[in-house]
Design a protein around this ligand. Structure first.
Ligand SMILES: Cc1cc2nc3c(=O)[nH]c(=O)nc-3n(C[C@H](O)[C@H](O)[C@H](O)COP(=O)(O)OP(=O)(O)OC[C@H]3O[C@@H](n4cnc5c(N)ncnc54)[C@H](O)[C@@H]3O)c2cc1C
Length: 457
């Protein structure tokens, strides 16, 4: 860090969308701010950079009426969303998008679906591989980093924050892995979640036999720092992710795309015992979580018919059909369900009974099945699947100002969390998902503004 003073009003941990917005918004209040980022890359090395850049609100336009946004996410999470967090999110979403545009974030021309009304431009294509540096979100983060530095902000990079304790001269002392420390009146934790830490994933989600469909940078440092200072946690079991071909575990050309969610919604998802594990019709994020929570997460199959392969299989910029077959991992196929079962090593009688029960009475099947089923037209197909985890919903409990809450629901003075580090917006029995980028933008902005005001006072 050279001659950099080690005492700041505010220190931000993590330079993703949440961290860079927080640092900029805080700096604009005239206080001294340092941002600590693990990656040596100017735009940081987290999920924001490799994301699709879609600023959606639970698959809607982020400028939708706030009351409707709250109601939709309340319903999607089965009522488990934090009311204060949902209201802050809905009430700030449009302003956060305006803030991004006013700070040089370029948006693509709106698509014909509401959830693509605000997408960072140039738009990152949904193709295999993680190269995000030349697309809109990364460009925006580089722009924020440049203006933060030009405006007097301090960037400590590459450096990993590993510990936080109450300070002597300031309220907090943050320890970095190289041995340096930074003192601050307020700390904003924005390190992106804990999806890349196998032990934490095992403990909270139940298995680590998943594929990390994400940057490897977020290992739960912010979560640990919050907990060690008395923070409460919430929604630890759910995560945002997609269904992937199982060979993504060993092959980089099979993720983050193609995803098998759309195909999954018209097929059946069965364990190695031939029994269904989820109501497939609810959606890909729900099915992906069910897979992770099942008895054998890396032993499940997606079963569907020829009509689905030729319709839902063709969905998206990297459609499963023909991409998977072209890459040598196309579906296993057979003229009958029994023949298919034999080919994939599942008991033929059990799989045939599973299929017969759903065909006869989808709503009465176990689990009940909603939505269209495409399982009539031979040949029948099976793909081996695995849950791809992109970011954990669980994290530090916050209030509507992004202040971290303790176990008595009281704000911990000078401690904030935003983006993937914070909890409260997603989850519930059907694993409702509000959109990770908008969450990062909203709570990054609220944390930066509140911490800036509080430390300037
Ligand atoms: C493939 C993919 C596509 C996605 N597409 C979309 C999309 O289109 N729309 C959407 O809404 N969401 C999308 N998401 C989710 C979205 O990317 C995340 O929810 C969002 O980027 C989280 O932002 P963040 O700032 O909290 O975390 P990140 O962007 O992950 O930033 C965290 C930063 O903290 C740094 N860091 C970690 N630990 C430390 C430490 N100890 N010390 C210092 N620095 C640290 C990391 O290097 C990183 O730069 C996608 C995710 C993936 C993986």
């Amino acid at each position: 860090m050279g001659a950099t003073p080690a005492i700041f009003d505010i220190v931000v941990v993590g330079g993703g969308l949440a961290g860079w917005i927080a640092a900029t918004a805080a700096r604009e209040q005239g206080v001294s701010v340092a941002l600590v980022e693990l990656s040596p890359r100017p735009e940081g090395g987290g999920n924001s950079v490799i994301s699709g850049g879609v600023l959606h609100a639970n698959l809607d336009d982020p400028r939708a009426p706030p009351a409707a946004m709250v109601e939709k996410i309340r319903h999607a999470t089965g009522g488990e969303v934090s009311p204060a967090v949902a209201e802050a999110w809905a009430g700030t979403a449009a302003r956060a998008v305006e803030w991004i545009e006013a700070h040089g974030g370029m948006m693509a021309d709106p698509g014909d679906q509401p959830y693509r009304a605000k997408v960072f431009a140039p738009v990152k294509p949904t193709v295999p591989g993680l190269n995000g540096a030349s697309y809109g979100t990364a460009r925006f983060l580089r722009r924020l980093a440049d203006s933060f530095r030009a405006g007097g902000g301090t960037i400590v990079q590459p450096a990993r924050a590993i510990g936080l304790e109450p300070g002597a001269a300031s309220r907090w002392r943050l320890a970095l892995s190289g041995g340096d420390t930074l003192d601050a009146q307020a700390v904003i934790l924005a390190d992106g979640g804990f999806q890349a830490d196998a032990a934490l994933v095992r403990r909270h989600i139940g298995s680590d036999r998943l594929h990390l469909r994400a940057s490897p940078s977020s290992v739960g440092d912010g979560l640990r720092m919050g907990i060690s200072n008395g923070a409460a946690t919430a929604q630890m079991r759910g995560f945002y992710g997609h269904l992937l071909h199982r060979d993504a575990l060993t092959r980089g050309d099979l993720w983050p795309y193609p995803i098998l969610d759309i195909l999954g919604m018209v097929g059946l998802i069965v364990g190695p015992d031939g029994r269904r594990i989820v109501d497939e019709g609810i959606g890909g994020v729900r099915s992906t979580n069910a897979l992770a929570w099942s008895a054998m997460p890396d032993g499940c199959w997606l079963i569907f018919d020829e009509a689905a392969w030729n319709a839902e299989g063709r969905f998206g910029e990297t459609p499963c059909n023909p991409y998977l077959a072209d890459e040598g991992v196309g579906p296993v196929s057979a003229a009958t369900i029994e023949g298919l079962a034999t080919r994939i090593g599942i008991d033929a009688a059990v799989l045939a009974a599973t299929v017969a029960a759903v065909r006869a009475d989808p709503a009465g099947a176990q689990p009940p099945r909603r939505g269209r089923l495409s399982l009539d037209q031979p040949p029948f197909h099976a793909l081996p699947i695995v849950a791809g985890i992109s970011f954990t919903f669980g994290g530090l409990k916050i209030d509507g100002e992004a202040r971290v809450l303790d176990t008595a629901d009281a704000p911990i003075e000078g401690l904030y969390a935003a983006g993937g580090t914070a909890a409260g917006l997603h989850g519930g029995p059907d694993v409702g998902y509000a959109g990770g980028l908008l969450e990062a933008a909203v709570f990054g902005l609220l944390a930066g503004e509140h911490a800036g005001r509080a430390t300037a006072a």
